[in-house]
Design a protein around this ligand. Structure first.
Ligand SMILES: [Ca+2]
Ligand SMILES: [Cu+2]
Length: 397
C-alpha cells in the first residue's frame, strides 16, 4: 500500500518513479529524513564513500581541545528556553554510515537561547489562533506551482508514514510513505485523526515557511545546523550520542526511536510508536529534550553533502557557520533542501540511525511529514566570545 497515493504533489512527490531500484543495498545509513530521498542514489553515494576520502578511518584530532564558553546566562531568559553557552566543538560524525557528516571539523558558535522542547501542538495552536496562519499542508496547491501535476492531484495534504504489514525491501521510501489528503498539523494521520489528546506532543507536518512564520511571531528564529549540533551534544565532546557512547545506558531508552523491524513492525518498546509528549525522555547536558529522536527538526542551513569537507579543508575554526550559499543534494539535483536534525520516532539502526549525534537529515522546503517539527532559538544579546575561537593551531585534516 501507500505507493499509489504518493505518486504526486508536494515537491519531490511529483512525477517520481518509485520503482527506482531493485538493487540490493545495505540499508543502514540511508536517510529517512523527509521520507522522499531517492534510495537508489543513496546507495551509489555509499559505494563511492567506501573507497574514497569519505570512508577514511576516523581522524584523530591533534592539539585542539574545544573550550565551551562560561555557562552563565547573560541575563534572564524567556519561558521554556535555556541558555546554550556556545563555544568551540568538534562538529560532525566519523561513523561509516554518516557519509555527509564527515569529517570532524572545528566550529565555534556564540551563545544563544534555545527552546527546551520542540514546539508543541498547544504552542502552535496559540500561534494560529493569534495570527490566523494557515500551514502549507492546509493550502490547496496551485496549478502554476505544479504545472505537470494532474488537476485531481492538486489537493491539500501531507506525507504520512504508512507502513506495509509485511517486511519489504528498504530500497524505496515510497514503500512506507504516502501523500494523504487532509493530513496536516491538526490531523497528523489524515482527516480522521486529531491532536486533542496530543497537545503536548511536537507539532508535525510543518513546512519550512511554517516554521519561519512561527519563530518570527515568537520573536525567535530557527537554529543554524551548527547551533543545533552544539546544543544537542550537551557539552560532551565527540560522543556517539547526545548522552554518551552507549545507546541504552543501564538498559534505558534515552530517546524516542523505532524498535522492531523497519518499517512493518513497530513494537514501541520505548513506550511510543509515534510521537511522544515532549520531555518524555531524559534531558541532555544543557537541559534540552528530544534533540535526538521524537521528531526531525528544521535548521536554517541549506543542505550540501560536501559542506563539512569544505569547512574542514579551510583548516580554520569555522565561526558561527550558517551553511553553504546554495543547496545541492546529488540524489535529487534541482530540489532545494534545508538541513533537518535529530532524527525521529522512525529512526532505527536498521535504516537511518540519525539519532546518532552529528547525523544529518534534509528536506524540501514545502514538504512536511508526520515526523517533522521544529524548535526556535533567540540570540543572546551583546555576548560575543570569539576570541578563543581565533586560537588556531594550524591543524589541517
Ligand atoms: Ca518509539
Ligand atoms: Cu531516521
Amino acid at each position: 500500500m501507500g505507493v499509489a497515493l504518493g505518486a504526486s504533489l508536494s515537491g519531490a512527490w511529483i512525477h517520481r518513479h518509485h520503482s527506482d531500484s531493485t538493487r540490493e543495498i545495505s540499508a543502514a545509513g540511508l536517510h529517512c529524513d523527509s521520507g522522499i530521498g531517492a534510495a537508489k542514489a543513496h546507495a551509489r553515494s555509499m559505494v563511492t564513500a567506501s573507497g574514497g576520502a569519505l570512508g577514511a578511518p576516523p581522524i584523530t584530532p591533534i592539539n585542539w581541545t574545544p573550550k565551551i564558553n562560561d555557562r552563565k546566562p547573560p541575563g534572564p531568559g524567556s519561558e521554556g528556553m535555556t541558555w546554550i553557552p556556545g563555544g568551540e566543538f568538534w562538529m560532525g560524525s566519523q561513523e561509516d554510515r554518516m557519509t555527509d557528516a564527515k569529517p570532524w571539523h572545528r566550529v565555534y558558535v556564540d551563545g544563544y537561547w534555545m527552546d527546551k522542547t520542540a514546539v508543541t501542538n498547544e504552542q502552535f495552536a496559540r500561534f494560529v489562533k493569534a495570527t490566523g496562519y494557515v500551514t502549507v499542508a492546509e493550502r490547496k496547491p496551485r496549478a502554476e506551482d505544479y504545472p505537470q501535476a494532474p488537476p485531481e492531484k492538486l489537493v491539500a495534504g501531507s506525507v504520512v508514514f504508512s507502513p506495509p504489514d509485511h517486511p519489504v525491501e528498504l530500497d524505496s521510501q515510497f514503500r512506507w510513505w504516502s501523500y494523504v489528503q487532509g493530513a496536516n498539523w491538526r490531523h497528523p494521520e489524515g482527516p480522521k485523526s486529531d491532536v486533542t489528546d496530543r497537545m503536548n506532543h511536537p507539532v508535525v507536518h510543518i513546512a519550512y515557511e511554517d516554521a519561519l512564520a512561527y519563530c518570527k511571531w515568537a520573536g525567535k528564529r530557527l537554529p543554524t545546523e551548527a547551533e543545533f549540533e552544539f546544543a544537542s551534544r550537551g557539552g560532551l565532546d565527540r560522543k556517539r550520542y547526545d548522552w554518551g557512547d552507549d545507546f541504552m545506558p543501564g538498559g534505558k531508552h534515552m530517546a524516542n526511536t523505532f524498535q522492531g523491524h523497519f518499517p512493518d513492525t513497530n513494537t514501541g518498546e520505548d513506550g511510543y510508536r509515534g510521537t511522544a509528549p515532549v520531555g518524555s525522555f531524559p534531558a541532555n547536558g544543557y537541559g534540552l529534550f528530544d534533540m535526538a529522536g521524537n521528531v526531525w527538526e528544521w535548521t536554517s542551513d541549506w543542505y550540501r553533502p560536501d559542506y563539512y569537507q569544505t569547512l574542514a579543508a579551510n583548516g580554520e575554526v569555522a565561526i558561527n557557520p550558517k551553511g553553504p550559499a546554495d543547496s545541492l543534494d546529488p540524489n535529487e539535483p534541482g530540489v532545494q533542501k534545508r538541513v533537518q536534525r535529530g532524527g525521529s520516532f522512525l529512526c532505527t539502526h536498521q535504516y537511518c540511525a540519525r539519532y546518532i549525534a552529528g547525523g544529518r537529515g534534509k528536506g524540501e522546503l514545502d514538504t512536511g511529514t508526520n515526523h517533522l517539527g521544529f524548535r526556535c532559538v533567540r540570540d543572546g544579546g551583546q555576548r560575543v566570545e570569539k576570541a578563543e575561537a581565533a586560537r588556531n593551531t594550524g591543524w589541517r585534516p
